[in-house]
Design a protein. Structure first.
Length: 131
């Protein structure tokens, strides 16, 4: 499939990064291609995958708050995001999923090449290791 968006969306996305624009881009890509990693709350949580020395990590970053407002200097009392579902395509066997920040194991299921797990509460960010 091929999708065309004849707008200079890249510069606008980097400058504004509103939830509406994020949702538009996320929905557009979901119609065009397959996902590698996603959450069930794409307007509230960003997801990034990384590797270091053969270790695989999932970074979850909360997007709520006035991050793009230049007059806001600090963020206090931002409510957490609850019950975040994560799906990651993988061809590898998964033995365990661990929250690196608190060391707790996370229940997961692996079916048809898709790893699924949930995060009960995302305060600001989490790093999850897939072993």
């Amino acid at each position: 499939k091929v999708g065309v968006c004849p707008v200079r969306i890249g510069k606008f996305y980097m400058g504004e990064r509103t939830w509406e624009l994020q949702k538009f881009i996320s929905d557009s890509f979901s119609q065009v291609g397959e996902f590698t990693a996603k959450t069930d709350k794409p307007t509230l949580v960003d997801i990034l995958l990384s590797k270091k020395d053969d270790r695989k990590f999932v970074h979850l970053i909360k997007l709520t708050g006035e991050h793009q407002n230049p007059s806001v200097m600090t963020f206090r009392d931002l409510p957490p995001v609850y019950d975040v579902g994560v799906k990651i395509k993988t061809t590898e066997k998964v033995k365990k999923v661990i929250n690196v920040l608190d060391g707790k194991k996370i229940k997961f299921k692996l079916k048809n090449g898709v790893l699924e797990f949930r995060i009960d509460k995302l305060e600001i960010d989490d790093i999850i290791e897939i072993i």
